[in-house]
Design a protein around this ligand. Structure first.
Ligand code: SF4
Length: 284
């Protein structure tokens, strides 16, 4: 497979210079490296600029509801475990309205990959503050400095039970592709917080601002499998002159599919889904 094998016939209508272009390039590259045919890949998005990604790559795609991409992605993976499922969300979509689903997914540990397109604003609706914008920050879409503090997506992922936690930079296409490939190979729920500049509405955290600050955790000998919770927390909080990227945490525990499938062996996808429902509903 080559990255061009995932190119859709639709041309992106994102703004010039948007970090989303880098993420699409990295995702195509990762899928090609993994040798995954487009008809074995499902992309699931919510609402926002990031959500259009499912139209701009040649694979199966569902453009769902605001904040709801993750539960749909988990349902697909449980019904069709042989498919590679990648969920995509913006920071408003994933850390705002979808925050409850983000936490619930961590508890289940379904084997899929979740990419957060993190630009700290609601780009599609003209640059309001998203849940990841820092306290006191005032990008050009805001009338006043942000009066609320930010959610740290890496910390929230850890607290929720994600078994693979990473951060990438949208314009480090090679590095991000490598992280996505690792995330897809990881047997469990893998989360990547992608620093994705929005040049139209976020004039604080630009491509140039990030480019001079990001560094690779691996260069300093950081071990994501050391089980060092304090070390993880410290690196996940580092922000400013230096911003770490790479794999922050990697661990193993049973995925939900393993917990369900022994009793479901031999069943069709629909029967598996019904069995899952039966296990969670008192009245059918
Ligand atoms: Fe990208 Fe921002 Fe334009 Fe949306 S508004 S397409 S995030 S640059």
């Amino acid at each position: 497979m080559k990255p061009k094998d995932y190119r859709s016939e639709l041309a992106p209508d994102w703004c010039p210079g948007c970090g989303n272009y880098g993420i699409v390039a990295a995702l195509s590259r990762a899928l090609a490296e993994l040798g995954l045919p487009p008809d074995r890949v499902v992309l699931v998005s919510g609402i926002g600029c990031s959500a259009k990604t499912v139209h701009y790559l040649r694979a199966y795609g569902l453009h769902t509801l605001h904040g709801r991409g993750l539960p749909v992605a988990q349902g697909i993976k449980l019904a069709r475990p042989e498919l590679t499922v990648v969920a995509l969300a913006g920071d408003g979509d994933g850390m705002g309205i979808g925050a409850g689903h983000f936490v619930g997914a961590g508890r289940r540990n379904v084997d899929l990959t979740y990419l957060l397109f993190n630009n700290q604003v609601y780009g599609m609706t003209k640059g309001q503050a998203s849940p990841t914008l820092g306290f006191g920050d005032r990008p050009k879409g805001l009338a006043r400095p942000n009066p609320q503090g930010p959610v740290n997506p890496l910390w929230l992922a850890f607290a929720s039970g994600y078994t693979f936690i990473a951060r990438g930079f949208a314009f480090d296409i090679r590095g991000l592709a490598g992280l996505i490939a690792q995330a897809v190979r990881h047997p469990g729920l893998a989360f990547i917080d992608v620093l994705q500049p929005c040049p139209t509405y976020n004039d604080l955290y630009t491509r140039e601002w990030f480019a001079g600050r990001v560094y690779d955790l691996a260069e300093n000998g950081y071990d994501p499998e050391a089980g060092d919770v304090a070390g993880f927390a410290e690196k996940a909080a580092e922000w400013g002159e230096r911003i770490p990227t790479g794999v922050f945490w990697r661990s193993r525990r049973p995925v939900l599919e393993e917990a369900l499938n022994p009793m479901d062996s031999g069943k069709t996808p629909l029967e598996r889904a019904e069995a899952l429902l039966a296990g969670h509903c008192l009245v059918r």
